[in-house]
Write a protein that binds this ligand. Structure first.
Ligand code: BG6
Length: 518
């Protein structure tokens, strides 16, 4: 007896064109021959070209070490789009116009001469294609180059220290994650970027913020009148945030060995989910108003003591096993991983937010690789009804209400409620009221990178991470990592295809609660 929420007619069905105007500009991609550019950036730019928010003058310059010609770069872009675009195969008419705006500049990322060459090319594009001196620099290189690219863009004069409209154009820089490895390195990187760019010119990417379902957390909370009055400690028992993946590390040992799940997922994506769920309503939907509220949440998380880290955090590492009937290696057997590695591939933790809204409500977070399935969900678990009127009808065994925001896959929102089973007797059962993006909206949502690239072009940094947010998230993570290292806390193994180590169950069961079965 599933009830279905009815929705008003969907205006988006007419198309998802953005009303926001992009000024003529050039996007310079450092790391143009890398995986991110190939899989995400070029396909996203092409998809934007189809949706038409880009002006005719829009141009892309790929910068990388390989000796490509413009034509070779265009061929690579064509292959990327035909392989990864959600609008593949390429439409010849759109490709023809789009590809004429693609250029390549070969350079080492730390070679001043290369920046002079890049500057000449950009000046030429200003003249010939009318890009008006407006420049976005996208750092899609290994993170170790971010600082020197920032410095050289400044010292070469290729970037302008202005994020706003000026007579001679504006410059912005988009920085991929990870933004540093810990608080100290994040600060150092920021200091280097600040040599060339002011804070309002820096767009720190967290691709989770570009996901439709993540943006919908705010719409759900603040675009409806019924949730905010109960979105607090009086009605909510606990909040569970799960970001589970079934994949392993996919050949990224060099990066992952240094990162582990806490740096790879908790410091960024999970903190974004947490802050959007817990923040106060901002006064406006402006970049600083939204980010101010997120920062307040991070500030309200009390610093964890060593004893709390021992009891309220669990880490784990996947061992060898079977996934979907196929044998998969354990983390330590993955290519290029130290066979004695202590890197965690799973983290569970309990956090508290000490403010009037949330005091006493635990937020349980868990993330891991090689888990049962790929699912990201924020579950708001409400308190039980204060009085069990329907005793004997099974009410005492009923699940309390849960509002589940499913970020991916099967994107949607589901509210778990108790209902009467049809028949002469009074029997209760838990049912779901479901809203599914797939069936309610007749269009495929844009990918995260499309939204974020467009936002950077229009100068909207709402969905990018501000430096204070980044720093606060790092200091939380640093405290945990330091305690793990000094106390040599155990690193239990878990079997692939499970929900992680049993210690994670113990963490939540100690509070008389259980993880959601997903
Ligand atoms: C990335 C992490 O930021 O996010 C990866 O580095 C992870 O390890 C990925 O797999 C998950 O993103 P998504 O969009 O697939 O949930």
């Amino acid at each position: 007896m599933d009830a279905t929420l009815t929705l008003a007619p969907n205006p988006l069905r007419q198309g998802m064109r953005s009303a926001r105007t992009v000024q003529p500009c050039v996007l310079v991609i450092f790391g143009a021959t890398g995986d991110l550019t190939h899989r995400k950036l070029l396909p996203a730019l092409y998809n934007l070209a189809i949706e038409q928010p880009l002006p005719a003058q829009f141009s892309v310059v790929g910068v990388a070490r390989r000796p490509f010609s413009d034509d070779e770069f265009r061929q690579q872009a064509l292959d990327s789009i035909n392989t990864f675009s959600r609008r593949r195969p390429v439409n010849p008419a759109i490709w023809d116009t789009f590809s004429k705006g693609l250029f390549y500049c070969q350079s080492q990322f730390d070679d001043a001469a290369g920046y002079a060459k890049l500057g000449e090319l950009l000046d030429k594009l200003d003249q010939e294609r009318g890009t008006q001196g407006n420049r976005i620099f996208y750092l899609a290189t290994p993170p170790s180059f971010y600082g020197s690219i920032g410095e050289l863009l400044n010292s070469s004069g290729v970037a302008k220290r202005s994020g706003a409209d000026t007579q001679h154009g504006w410059s912005r820089v988009v920085v991929e994650k990870p933004f540093g490895h810990d608080l100290a390195s994040a600060r150092e990187l920021n200091a280097n970027l600040n040599k060339g760019f002011k804070e309002n010119q820096i767009y720190r990417i967290d691709h989770y913020l570009g996901k439709e379902t993540v943006q919908n957390i705010m719409v759900m909370r603040f675009g409806n009148g019924i949730f905010e009055p109960i979105w607090n400690r009086q009605y909510i028992d606990n909040v569970q945030i799960t970001v589970a993946e079934s994949i392993g590390i996919e050949g990224r040992a060099d990066y992952y060995e240094q990162a582990g799940a806490i740096r790879d997922m908790v410091q960024n994506h999970m903190m974004q989910l947490l802050t959007l769920t817990a923040m106060e309503p901002p006064n406006t939907f402006g970049a600083n108003a939204v980010r101010d509220e997120k920062v307040k949440v991070l500030r309200a998380i009390p610093p964890l003591m060593e004893s709390e880290i021992a009891s309220d955090t669990v880490r784990g590492q996947y061992g060898p096993g079977l996934v979907g009937g196929e044998a998969v290696p354990g983390y330590c057997q993955e290519k290029n991983v130290d066979p004695h590695s202590q890197t965690q591939t799973f983290v569970a933790l309990k956090l508290l937010i000490e403010n009037w809204r949330w005091a006493g409500v635990p937020f349980y977070l868990r993330t891991g690789k090689r888990l049962t399935k790929r699912v990201t969900e924020i579950a708001i678990q409400f308190k039980r009804p204060p009085y069990l009127l329907f005793q004997g009808a099974g009410a005492d065994q009923m699940q309390p209400n849960v509002l589940s925001m499913r970020i991916q896959p099967n994107e949607g929102i589901s509210l778990q409620v108790s209902a009467k089973v049809p028949g002469q007797e009074m029997r209760l059962r838990t049912v779901n009221m479901d809203f599914l993006y797939g069936s309610s909206f007749g269009v495929e949502p844009p990918e995260a990178y499309e939204r974020l690239l467009l936002d950077a072009m229009v100068g909207d940094s709402t969905l990018f991470t501000r430096i204070d947010e980044t720093e606060l998230a790092w200091s939380l993570v640093d405290t945990i990592v330091r305690a793990w290292e000094t106390t040599k806390s155990p690193l239990p193994q878990y079997e692939p295809g499970t929900w992680g180590p049993k210690e994670a169950d113990a963490l939540i069961e100690r509070d008389g609660k259980t993880w959601r079965r997903l």
